[in-house]
Design a protein around this ligand. Sequence first.
Ligand code: NDP
Length: 322
Amino acid sequence: MYAIQVSKHGGPEVLDYTEAPSPTPSEEQVLVDVITAGVNYIDTYYREGIYNAQTPFTIGLEGVGRVVSDPKGEIAEGTMVAWNNAFGSYAEQVCVDRNRMVAVPDDIDTNVAGTMLLQGMTAHYLIQGVYELDENSTCLITAGAGGVGLLATQMAKAAGATVYTVVSSDEKEQLSFEAGADQVFRYSGGLAEQVRRFNGGRGVDVVYDGVGKETFQESLEVVRPRGVVCLFGAASGPVEPVDPQVLNKHGSIFLTRPSLGAYTATDAEFQMRASTVVQMVNEGKLHFRVHDIYDLKDARQAHEDLQNRKTTGSVVLRVREA
Ligand code: NDP
């Protein structure tokens, strides 16, 4: 089969479209023919070596495809499934843990299905798990037109919250408004000050910061006393170590660095979040913008575009026809 392999850590140029042996499923897995694979920021951390994976490896975590074989004989061949945590997903075939996948209804587009779980479940735990938003809450979401950003905005609006976002261009501003943002800001000119001026000086209850290095200081400053800074990513680079005294200085604020893994710690929690996302998509309550679709062999270009802030919404690699 063909796959995207990383034999040394580095920039997008280390992604090689190459032949690799088909993987063999364990008893707890099924073998799947991949249709589309989701491209996520976390893939760039593995590629660069910020997250640990021993080289050489096939990159990618997420996708949709049809079951080819099940060692236990429980899942019928041809069943369409989606997953968010099968290492080696940028490939024609991958092994997926049987307890960490969901069946995909036929009417969900495979471009959406291949990218809906990782970002959709992340948005779900941010909005429903880290801080429970309601109609009295105000939040700020960084990278509001990104994959997670557009979904978190929709979920926060569905919870009744006032949603502010921050983006880098006019096009992204438009998309963020379309997703439901009440006000969209730009990074320049003191983000915290702009937001506070807008909401009467109060600050927000929670900031969801997936940008990291370039926004973290503004995030500390934008939350109200006893508010929550949820640092969930590092698109602009990792944040420097923090002195806990900083949390006191900003009014007894809380800082959390959550992961999807911790918020899907049990199979039951995984199934709850995954099936909620599938249901929301199926009922038209959660819209995915899959603007950027690349062939598997063009994974380098997909990573370049993602890291150069050229993409909006979800990014997909097409592996084979559905
Ligand atoms: P996005 O589609 O949001 O892409 C990243 C965006 O970050 C860019 O489009 C850009 O939007 C913004 N950005 C700001 N500064 C920079 C910079 N210097 N370089 C590159 N991008 C920058 O990606 P995802 O939706 O895949 O992921 C968003 C974040 O969420 C990532 O940090 C990711 O690691 C994190 N994440 C965390 C999870 C968790 O459980 N903790 C799970 C899933 C994702 P703009 O141009 O508008 O600034």
